[in-house]
Design a protein. Structure first.
Length: 103
């Protein structure tokens, strides 16, 4: 399971240290839920695509990587699906288009 973070007309994806633009990056998430069950925190790492993820080769771009934290709705549980949902929301708020890849 991953997120595809896509460039938009307003938000480009540039490889760090270059002027090269990408149309998307492949994001993988590591997450943790707190003991209360009320919040979830995630960490996103980006790769050029699934193949470079499998090779362990991260790519550094101007897409922020790192942590996000969300308060869960009373009906939500801490899960991989929920972690992806909130990562999608976080990147959409930054102006990217995001697709959750269930593969």
């Amino acid at each position: 399971m991953a997120i595809l973070i896509k460039a938009t007309a307003e938000k480009k994806i540039i490889i760090s240290g270059t002027t090269l633009e990408l149309t998307e990056v492949y994001g993988r998430i590591r997450f943790v839920g707190d003991y209360s069950g009320n919040t979830i925190e995630g960490e996103v790492a980006t790769f050029a695509n699934m193949a470079t993820f499998e090779e362990g080769k991260m790519i550094y771009t101007d897409v922020p990587i790192g942590n996000y934290k969300a308060n869960l709705e009373p009906t939500e549980v801490q899960s991989l699906e929920t972690a992806h949902k909130y990562a999608k929301i976080a990147y959409e708020q930054l102006g990217y288009e995001v697709i959750i890849d269930m593969v």
